[in-house]
Ligand binder design. Structure first.
Ligand SMILES: Cc1ncc(COP(=O)(O)O)c(C=O)c1O
Length: 393
């Protein structure tokens, strides 16, 4: 079955899949905190305890989406969370004090913050490297390294990490020393429609479903998928005990979003390609970062490991003044945090997504005051170009 079909025909086409009785073309919103177990007490057979007992531990609406995302990513188990960063934090919750994690340098600022502040306090050790450079990954691995945490394309500079090669490094070291280094990939920018890291050997995939999966800038949501049931059991333990779970309405919105992912992402990606080419030729733009551009250093790797360049790009203006003026003047893009919605969003990483990274570190990564990130929406690219042109003058 092709990808687009799988987004619709995912085992949860009707309410029958979750015990409904009508055959309705949708999973019901089970708005309940608890589930009656009375019958098992009457019969005295407590093994008859129902599948669901309390909605933090499990909810049929949530279970449907967890199964859907696991199926789309090709993993054994899926887990849903109240935000993307709750998914990141909960996955990191499987590690212990003293464990070391190698991360990409320019990961999402919130992931950087949770790793370098909160989890550092609890004894997790982190080394950030340019994971597009495989030697840098090798050099960063220590005897206590337990995971690689990757994002490709990276945020906000759209650097490409060779997933298969990075995963091979983790597996080779694991085999040599007899203890495992798992690979975790934040697949938010690509979605399983374009890229499936578990098929390339990754162990855990994370999503901010707030972005392309939800797709309409109307929900905050996170997902995680594990390659194995065993890793799934570890993530479930954190999901249930941390309790950063989503409500069923938001879950339903993400499920609905996934049904239209193909058409949204294909159209947004086509727009991003057009806009990136146009920006490259603009006299006030010094750099354009988009893996679909012919001269992007990671283009060939991205083409080999995914089926598209996605709908997010970044560019740098000549001066900070021009960047700020663009954000103030642009009309068809919200000057806002976030990405992946049907509307174009222009964000300013130094003040928004990456504000929590200290300035020297930010500048070292190339996240300057002239950098703007664009999440291309469903507007007509001609209109976006006309608008961007007036804002860049
Ligand atoms: C790549 C990436 N991962 C994780 C997150 C965090 O997700 P959320 O904002 O849903 O908590 C974001 C948010 O921008 C993101 O861009």
């Amino acid at each position: 079955m092709k990808r687009g079909t799988k987004l619709i025909h995912n085992g949860y086409e009707t309410d029958l899949a979750v015990g409904g009785i009508t055959g309705a073309l949708g999973v019901p919103v089970y708005q309940t905190s608890t589930f009656d177990q009375g019958t098992s007490y009457v019969s005295g057979d407590l093994s008859e305890h129902r599948e669901y007992d309390y909605a933090r531990s499990g909810n049929p609406t949530r279970k449907a989406l967890e199964d859907i995302i696991a199926g789309l990513e090709g993993g054994a188990k899926g887990y849903a969370f109240g935000s993307g960063i709750a998914a990141v934090s909960s996955v990191l919750g499987i590690f212990e004090a003293g464990d070391h994690i190698v991360t990409a340098g320019d990961i999402y600022g919130g992931s950087w913050r949770i790793l370098n502040t909160f989890y550092k306090k609890w004894g997790l050790e982190v080394t950030a490297v340019d994971t597009a450079n495989l030697d840098a990954i090798k050099r960063a691995i220590k005897p206590t390294t337990k995971a690689l945490f990757l994002e490709t394309p990276s945020n906000p500079l759209l650097k490409i990490t060779d997933l298969a090669a990075a995963i091979k490094i983790a597996k080779d070291v694991s085999n040599q020393r007899g203890s495992e280094i798992i690979t975790i990939v934040d697949n938010t920018f690509m979605t399983p429609y374009l890229q499936r890291p578990i098929e390339l050997g990754a162990d855990i995939v994370i999503h901010s479903a707030t972005k392309f999966l939800g797709g309409h800038s109307d929900v905050i949501f996170g997902l995680a998928v594990t390659r194995t049931k065993e890793l799934g059991a570890q993530v479930y333990r954190v999901q249930n005990s941390f309790g950063a779970v989503p409500g069923p309405w938001d879950t339903w919105l993400v499920m609905r979003g996934i049904k239209t992912l193909k058409v949204r992402l294909e159209a947004q990606q086509a727009g991003a390609g057009i806009l990136a080419g146009w920006l490259k030729a603009h006299k006030n733009v010094t750099d354009v970062y988009y893996p679909g551009l012919a001269d992007h250093p990671g283009r060939a790797i991205n083409e080999a490991q995914s089926s598209g360049a996605g709908a997010v790009l970044s560019f740098k203006t000549k001066t900070t003044e021009q960047a700020l003026r663009f954000l103030g003047k642009v009309k068809l893009a919200a000057a806002a945090v976030s990405l992946g919605g049907v509307e174009t969003i222009a964000s300013y990483p130094v003040r928004m997504s990456h504000a929590s990274i200290p300035e020297p570190e930010r500048l070292r990564l190339g996240i300057t005051d002239t950098l703007i990130r664009i999440s291309v929406g469903l507007e007509d690219p001609d209109d976006l170009i006309e608008d961007f042109d007036q804002a860049l003058k």
